[in-house]
Design a protein around this ligand. Structure first.
Ligand SMILES: Nc1ncnc2c1ncn2[C@@H]1O[C@H](COP(=O)(O)OP(=O)(O)OP(=O)(O)O)[C@@H](O)[C@H]1O
Ligand code: SF4
Ligand SMILES: [Mg+2]
Length: 367
């Protein structure tokens, strides 16, 4: 793949939010490392699916990629242009080419604006369309593309169903003619019956318009169908990345295996026999991530050597990228899973030091 085939290239991206204390919040007592060293590339016209538990940093990564949240460090190149150092004016121009779709269209659409006004706003901001008629033509074509009728233009967001509202959200992004769309949990707020329609629409738009997607989801099933490549995130970093089919048929990282084992299989015989891994404890605090491999406090395969001391790099293993010191020996069955003690995570804001406290509680288990 040549450089020009890559639309988005992210290198060592970091977003650390300061934790402030004191009466006027003037004392920085630590940082939430929401994104802490992510490398990924998205080829043109392809879909990168990003999955992981709540709080692992998926949305922050998506926002930092679009420079909606300023990164603390690292690089984001879009179509060869470095965004992190781009002047504000040039960044605004670039924004037209990179749009975002949100989880909850009701809260991301202004209830006081009708659909025409919602769609016109972006066109005017970016100076798209020669006059009113031209803008109406662009808006009409966009409504057709997302499957909304023309009468929708005079209606307000609350007059639509959840699925239709998400179509308005997609239209708002699409009307600007973007090349990249970051879709943050685009179907999580929708009924299951509607989810497939919206996923199919995104797929169809990609085929017709050559769009590139970063699709964020906690539901592995959603990402599987739409993604060419899937990245699995844990505590601010990627732990595994692989072509979609490969990730689902042969997950290599223990965390990916645990996530996969929670997805039901339609065949009842397979469902009865397959491996299930129940993760012990909650996600540790990103303000004070575990040393070494960040997953070692919950990993059923953690070893006494290296896991707690040495952060594993993301390395190539047979077409996947995996951040585990022992991935090959786990895959071959040489290393067997064991029981893991749960962790108590002190709620954020309690005490000065938002540390993770390890405590012997009920053991976690694997089946
Ligand atoms: N503006 C902010 N200031 C401080 N901390 C933040 C901010 N935004 C996010 N965080 C923290 O960063 C971490 C990652 O949050 P993020 O919203 O990116 O996770 P997520 O993977 O998208 O979760 P979810 O699946 O629940 O949407 C969390 O611990 C969150 O509390
Ligand atoms: S490096 Fe160790 S703790 Fe981390 S995933 Fe691999 S086996 Fe588990
Ligand atoms: Mg999120």
């Amino acid at each position: 793949m040549t450089e020009s085939d890559i639309l988005v290239e992210v290198r060592d991206l970091k977003v650390h939010f300061p934790i402030k204390r004191g009466l006027i919040l003037d004392r920085v007592v630590g940082h939430v490392k929401a994104v802490d060293g992510v490398d990924l590339s998205i080829p043109r016209g392809k879909t990168y699916g990003l999955v992981g538990e709540s709080g692992c940093g998926k949305s922050t990564l998506g926002r930092a990629l679009l420079q909606l949240t300023p990164p603390t460090g690292g690089e984001v190149r879009f179509d060869g242009v470095e965004l992190t150092t781009l002047a504000a004016g040039k960044l605004r121009t670039m924004r037209r080419r990179m749009q975002m779709i949100f989880q909850d269209p009701m809260s991301s659409l202004d209830p006081r604006q009708n659909v025409e006004s919602i769609l016109t706003e972006g066109l005017q901001t970016h100076g798209i369309g020669t006059d009113r008629d031209d803008r109406r033509r662009i808006i009409g074509e966009t409504l057709d593309a997302v499957g909304l009728p023309r009468w929708a233009l005079s209606r307000y967001p609350h007059e639509f169903s959840g699925g239709q509202r998400q179509r308005i959200g997609i239209a708002r992004a699409l009307v600007l003619g973007p090349e990249l769309i970051v879709a943050d949990e685009p179907v999580s707020a929708l009924d299951v019956s509607i989810q497939a329609q919206v996923v199919n629409l995104l797929d169809e738009l990609q085929d017709n318009l050559g769009l590139t997607y970063l699709v964020i989801a906690h539901d592995l099933a959603v990402v599987k169908h739409i993604s060419d490549v899937v990245g699995v995130m844990y505590l601010g970093a990627l732990v595994e990345e692989a072509p979609s089919d490969r990730l689902y048929s042969e997950p290599l990282h223990p965390y990916t295996r645990a996530l996969m084992s929670a997805v039901p299989v339609p065949d009842p015989d397979v469902e009865d026999r397959r491996e299930r891994i129940l993760l012990a404890g909650d996600l540790p605090s990103p303000a004070n991530p575990p040393s070494g491999c960040r997953f070692h406090t919950r990993c059923p395969w953690a070893q006494p050597t290296r896991c707690a001391d040495e952060r594993p790099a993301l390395r190539e293993i047979g077409g996947s990228r995996v951040a585990c010191h022992f991935a090959e020996r786990i895959a071959s069955g040489e290393l067997r899973p064991h029981k893991v003690s749960a962790q108590i995570v002190r709620p954020e804001g309690e005490g000065e030091d938002p540390a993770v406290v390890s405590a012997p509680t009920e053991p976690g288990s694997y089946v």
